[in-house]
Design a protein around this ligand. Structure first.
Ligand code: NI
Length: 151
């Protein structure tokens, strides 16, 4: 099921999402709907708050298959990289954002298993962007520091 995507300046995007205690049937269904919604919108990532769910769940697919992470956390990062980003919640805008070049992320998958993921490049960027959503942070918050809007 395709869910409506919350767009800026909806205050839901600025709320801090809550940790999930249990991987229930509802969460598995939510993850499936979030992936469907992301693919339908031609996106590479989506976070709970973007579909009006204030819980710590993200989905990402940068071309290597779908990834769902519950309660994701960045446990280490390395280097810096500046590249163009957009966001399904901020249609029609993009800009340069400087982020860590590599991140190690931990979280729980839909089987309830803790996983650890080392990422770089576009995947690392997408993970950082989606985890930011769980803190109420949007990529446009970085634009001043990063040097402005792309065309
Ligand atoms: Ni986004």
């Amino acid at each position: 099921m395709i869910l409506p995507i919350v767009t800026e300046p909806n205050p839901l995007l600025r709320q801090k999402a809550q940790p999930l205690k249990k991987i229930s049937k509802r969460i598995r269904k939510l993850a499936q709907n979030m992936l469907e919604t992301m693919y339908a919108a031609d996106g590479v990532g989506l976070a709970g708050p973007q579909v009006g769910v204030g819980e710590r769940i993200i989905v990402v697919d940068v071309g290597n298959g779908p990834l769902t992470l519950i309660n994701p956390e960045i446990i280490s990062n390395m280097g810096q990289e500046r590249d163009v980003e957009g966001c399904l919640s901020i249609p029609g805008r993009n800009g340069y954002v400087t982020r860590a070049a590599k991140v190690k992320v931990t979280g729980v998958n839909l089987d309830g298993r803790r996983i650890e993921l080392e990422s770089e490049g576009f995947l690392a960027r997408a993970l950082q962007h989606e985890i930011d959503h769980l803190e109420g942070i949007l990529f446009i918050d970085y634009l001043d520091r990063a040097g402005g809007e792309a065309d």
